[in-house]
Write a protein that binds this ligand. Sequence first.
Ligand code: ADP
Ligand code: MG
Ligand code: MG
Length: 251
Amino acid sequence: MLDIKNLHVKLEEEDKVILRGVNLSIGPGEVHAIMGPNGSGKSTLSYVLAGREGYTVTEGSATLEGEELLEMEPEARAAAGLFLAFQYPVEIPGVGNMTFLRTAVNAQKKSRGEPELSAAEFLKLVREKAKALKIDADMLKRPVNVGFSGGEKKRNEILQMAMLEPKMCILDETDSGLDVDAMKLVADGVNALRDAGRSFLVITHYQRLLDHIKPDVVHIMAAGQIIRTGGPELALEVEANGYADILSEVN
Ligand code: ADP
Ligand code: MG
Ligand code: MG
């Protein structure tokens, strides 16, 4: 599904190298987690995959089902089936959540050559998916994320994901700032979307989220590289011992 090979990235404005040869391969239906100390480049990796400005790829590739993502515009990446839930979801004043979702879903349909949803079809679908995520109708009417609590913003991102039905979902610290109940709701939303044809990359600083979203593979990232790969037990090792042991093995 997603193949990242020898990815090197630096900041566009300064000569600061952030990613130093990231290799990562995620198969269809797999859930991978990336953990790692603050500042190791986890968010940068997700930004670069999404096509955010400000970064320069100096080497390497990232393909989604064999198509080079790094050469596509951000919209084309989304149309190809990439979805990113960010650590800090953006607020969009003046744009109703419902309007935003309908525009996004229909743009996606159009780019895939599928018929757009009618107002009635969309309404039925969004209500059904919102209910499953315990999102109330009021939240659908408000401007996107404006005045939403941290938990509401995260649930709203999972709703966007559920509506867009992407192939490759990347969640960057979707658990940060959430209480246990909100985190479970987010995890349940993700688990409901797990499917043989859909893959997930879950970036998290803490092991806790991985009790609820069980990963197939866990990677540890440090100083812009993946330094260890293992099964779920690797996350438990980090939880128990911190990153120091793993870092010292590499240095
Ligand atoms: P993580 O998500 O693992 O905490 P980040 O990807 O946010 O790490 O950051 C990796 C490193 O790159 C950090 O040292 C961070 O300060 C730096 N960095 C990332 N983006 C920028 C930017 N736009 N300007 C300056 N430094 C940045
Ligand atoms: Mg960070
Ligand atoms: Mg981060």
